[in-house]
Design a binder for this molecule. Sequence first.
Ligand code: AMP
Ligand code: MG
Length: 487
Amino acid sequence: MTVAPGPTVVLGDRFATELPELAVRWRAEDAPAPRLLVLNDALAGELGLDPAQLRSEDGVRLLVGAAVPEGATPVAQVYAGHQFGGYSPRLGDGRALLLGELTGADGRLLDLHLKGAGRTPLARGGDGLAAVGPMLREYVISEAMHALGIPTTRSLAVVATGRGVRRETVLPGAVLARVASSHLRVGSFQYAAATGDLGLLRRLADHAISRHHPAAAEAEQPYLALYESVLQVQAELVAGWMLVGFVHGVMNTDNVTISGETIDYGPCAFLDVFDPASVYSSIDTAGRYAYGNQPIVAEWNLARLAEALLPLLAEEQEAAVAIATEALNTFRRRYSEAWVAGMRAKLGLPAGLDDTVATALIDDLQALMRENRVDLTTFFRRLGDAARGNAEPARLLVLDLAGFDAWLERWRAAGPDAAVMDRTNPVYIPRNHLVEQALSAATDDDLGPLQSLLEALARPFDERPGLERYAEPAPEAFGSYVTFCGT
Ligand code: AMP
Ligand code: MG
């Protein structure tokens, strides 16, 4: 493995030095024939990286982990996690590496991380690899989420490795380079707590406070304040998902960040028809991570975080449990406030509108959407037309016209603001059929459809002529959609 001069990327090693118990020093497997498939020029710019340098041979070597900038200490991160409710004491990056931390324009640290970079000592039975399709999928969906205003890890690049990856068939391999405000997870705390090393747990909490929730350091009880901050960012995050119809699909505690960013786009999908029972993941047979269950599952995951933090909350276990329970009990209120605020914006409801009136409008609309099986994204966008006086496009989507007309009359009486609605309700989301088309073309070396899709998704609220097909629901022939984990 070489240390190449390459592009000037300065990477810190704060995680590796502050938390060595959670870091296994490791290097990426060599990529036989690296080829850049997609580079996020805008993100590179935000990070102070030169896109032209990243496109160079040395740049591409950096993006697959073959060249490590001087001074960097790549590590596989160790964490635990509850997967579908069952506890795994030692998971960790089986196929990923934290290359190190970039310093963003605001001085905050950002992880530069590779996924699909070869087996690590934490790979268990896995091959450490990733295929082009799923890495491009994470790229597309995470960038779409970002454009929708939902906190998420970002995608910097996908590089084809030239190595075949054995799945059901042999697929072309790839490495995703992603950027996150950190990769600390609920599972990181579970792992640290399980070691019984209170010093480690405290160091991890201090690291999290300093990187993500610095105000907690000033609080009377900083670790309680940390926990409350995570409750808040996760409540806002999951509300954001629910408002756009995002189904994460694998909300295991190792996929729940301390920063409040969406992470690990595996079997995720977007709703078309509004149905709380929607499940896309092939392995989620019980519907644990169904669309409508996500807020409850988030609360369950945050209870696991509370358990891990108990030794930091009070000396006596009983007192710690009481403190943690009281905090956790605020999650439903936090979630509800975030979700109602989002729904008020989606419906363009004026700020002065009475809460009882707003809540009744929101609840009744939810029931109508469910009963009429409307396409969530199209329906809200067309309500914007209705706010401008043209209700026909929305009426075309519902069967119960009498019920809908009655609701429309009440809603219009509240004086909805169409401009707010247009800024809140996207026209373009990564619809499952479009994502699949783009990925299958890319797997066959045609990146055109992917680029066009990325352009539409980069400005989701800005309706543009010529992009009509990106706004349409899946054709009937697309059928029901199934997604896969561990791809
Ligand atoms: P995920 O479903 O992507 O959150 O992954 C769950 C766990 O499985 C993590 O510890 C991953 O590092 C690991 N993992 C997933 N796919 C592979 C693979 N192909 N090789 C090694 N480890 C993997
Ligand atoms: Mg994961």
